[in-house]
Design a protein around this ligand. Structure first.
Ligand SMILES: Nc1ncnc2c1ncn2[C@@H]1O[C@H](COP(=O)(O)OP(=O)(O)OP(=O)(O)O)[C@@H](O)[C@H]1O
Length: 235
């Protein structure tokens, strides 16, 4: 089995043809937990979008799971996306569908057919995120934290090797944000690699882990000690 789920080599991350980050090279191992930090506009979302092939790039090589992005035919994009779970700040649930139907929608769109297997998967995922009792609720009947749990369950449907989270707690209060972090930790402990872009630097204290930093057009892989120093969090 391959041990690397993400590999960037000499990549220029671009927006509309303009370089956002250049000479980006880093690897993420299976089961790793990685924070992506950096100021507003430093390129965190752009690098995540490049990873899930939502943003084109022209320079360098990117391999996600076993897919080399530059060589990926358009028709194989759905297979790449099934290896990835993606969670956004604003949840992006279908507002006119129940929790259950939000999950079923993605299952059907990604090739699930057997009703009993879909129900079983849904039970397992809703148990994992603590929302067994919420199947028939609509998003507007849920709190922000609960909506994000649904979005996380949805992201896990196809058992991704990598979960990408773009500011997943940006719309939540600090206490709920910590609960969501704990859920990501639990998912990571079950073997899924996690890359989380966040402004919540306190997460580093609660759950220290590797950090990559977007800064001045570069991506820096820096030690925990350096991060704490930069963020002025103390030891
Ligand atoms: N759709 C777009 N078209 C053109 N430029 C964009 C687009 N989206 C982002 N950019 C630019 O790319 C750069 C990086 O933005 P990006 O959203 O990746 O930063 P970020 O670190 O995720 O910021 P934030 O923390 O505010 O989400 C910024 O200069 C931004 O203005």
């Amino acid at each position: 089995m391959k041990d690397t789920v993400v590999s960037f080599r000499g990549v220029t991350v671009e927006q509309q043809g303009n370089s956002v980050l250049s000479e980006v090279s880093f690897d993420v191992a299976k089961g790793e937990f990685l924070y992506l930090l950096g100021k507003t506009g430093s390129g965190k979302s752009s690098i995540l979008k490049t990873m899930y092939a939502d943003l084109p790039f022209r320079v360098g090589t990117i391999v996600i799971s076993d897919y080399e992005l530059a060589k990926l035919p358009q028709k194989e994009l759905p297979y790449l996306r099934r290896k990835l779970g993606i969670v956004f700040q604003d949840f992006e649930l279908l507002t006119d569908r129940t929790v259950e139907d939000n999950l079923l929608f993605v299952m059907k769109a990604t090739g699930w057919k057997k009703e009993s297997l879909m129900q079983q998967r849904m039970d397992d995922l809703l148990t994992l995120v603590g929302l067994e009792a919420y199947r028939k609720k609509y998003p507007h009947q849920l709190s922000g934290g609960e909506q994000q749990r649904v979005a996380i369950a949805r992201a896990l449907i196809n058992d991704p090797v990598l979960l990408l989270a773009d500011e997943p707690t940006g719309n939540l209060d600090p206490v709920v944000a910590q609960d969501i972090l704990k859920l990501f930790i639990k998912i990571n402990q079950q073997g899924t690699a996690v890359i989380m872009a966040t402004h919540y630097h306190n997460f580093l204290k609660m759950h220290p882990s590797r950090v990559i930093f977007c800064e001045e057009g570069r991506l820096r892989d820096i030690s925990k000690a350096q991060v704490l120093q930069r963020l002025d969090l103390g030891s």
